[in-house]
Design a protein around this ligand. Structure first.
Ligand code: RRO
Length: 343
């Protein structure tokens, strides 16, 4: 690696990088390949349900040969929340990387049951994780009720129900470990949508007096329901959902940057600057990381590029970021975070 600069972020002393949920993190073997990998400051587990799920039929993931994009309709295959919590528990309480866990219950009842499991007094899983991500944006559940992140009429109540329960459980536990809560959001497109989400978060964090505020958002999840067609076989390239799936990779970067920027500016003007943004979508180089942090991201997550290149991508991208920072005379990420200039 090139000479290190100060690249700490709010949640990790060593690096602003994390793997995106779903990428290289569904099994212990996959997670082991991410443990203490150079450049990876935080680690994320696959979005979990209470019970294990096998997900949708294959083929359910496809990479464009030119490396420009991916499409997936995985359908939330995962080993069940206890599996991921056990993984962290088995590592012990001392951590080299910040530990994120992602939950994606198919119903509110399932999400509440997962909170019960997290705070189970016998297993004490809550001692072993730092951050809890609530995935409101899985695009691939066949027969599902739609993405909670797009149901803006009910999102406020949804959050309140979930986080009030979290607070109660946290209070009755003996934990001194403060778990921060965040939301994995789908891409939004209209300014009106950003305004509404920010307003919901403002009410949640400030007006209700909730002791379990939303500490971070993670934006964007894959862009729902694209389609890729193989002209040779005259069929879609993935099988589930008649070929519809979530898009990732370089082509989604402009949408992701816009989401980071739209939330960053609104959080500032709404007095919500304490909510951190994890940027995600099409990041494959140090320049991409630079652009996301310039837009306001605290951290960035790497999905498609990790799948394409493997865990060596983190150190490479940080080398590239360091070179850019050096050329520009920046010594830490705060020197340029959010400082996007207007034309
Ligand atoms: O498992 C999936 O199909 C999946 C999930 Br949970 C998600 O959050 N985003 C995505 O693109 N696929």
């Amino acid at each position: 690696m090139a000479e290190p600069l100060d690249i700490h972020c709010k949640y990790s002393p060593s690096s602003p990088l994390i793997n995106a949920s779903g990428c290289q993190c569904a099994t212990k073997t996959m997670l082991d390949t991410l443990l203490d990998v150079p450049g990876l400051g935080s680690i994320m587990t696959k979005s979990a349900t209470l019970d294990p799920r096998s997900g949708n039929p294959e083929p359910r993931y496809w990479e464009d040969p030119s490396g420009q994009f991916t499409i997936n309709a995985m359908g939330l295959p995962n080993c069940g929340l206890a599996y991921y919590l056990d993984y962290y528990k088995n590592q012990g309480e001392t951590r080299g990387q910040t530990r994120f866990t992602s939950i994606a219950g198919l119903t509110m009842a399932e999400n509440l049951a997962m909170l019960d499991l997290l705070f189970d007094p016998v297993s004490s899983y809550y001692k072993y994780i730092d951050m809890l991500e609530i995935n409101l944006s899985c695009p691939n559940i066949v027969g599902g009720h739609g993405l909670a992140g797009y149901d803006l009429a009910n999102l406020g109540q949804y959050l309140y129900t979930l986080l009030a329960k979290f607070y109660d459980l946290e209070q009755s536990s003996s934990s001194s470990n403060k778990i921060r809560i965040g939301l994995k959001l789908p891409p939004y497109y209209e300014f009106n949508q950003f305004d509404r989400v920010v307003n919901i978060l403002k009410i949640h964090n400030s007006l209700t007096g909730m002791a379990s505020p939303v500490s971070f958002i993670h934006t964007i999840n894959s862009i729902p329901n694209g389609m890729v067609i193989d002209a040779e076989t005259e069929s879609p390239v993935i099988k589930p959902k008649d070929g519809f799936g979530g898009l990732g990779g370089s082509i989604v970067k402009p949408v992701a940057l816009a989401n980071v920027r739209a939330f960053y500016t609104r959080f500032k003007s709404a007095g919500l600057a304490e909510i951190s943004i994890i940027g995600s979508g099409g990041i494959s180089s140090g320049q991409d990381i630079f652009e996301f942090i310039l837009s306001g991201a605290e951290m960035v997550s790497i999905g498609s590029q990790l799948m394409l290149e493997g865990p060596g991508c983190f150190a490479r991208m940080l080398d590239e970021l360091s070179e850019i920072m050096k050329k520009k005379g920046y010594t830490k990420l705060d020197d340029f975070r959010g400082q996007l200039r207007q034309l």
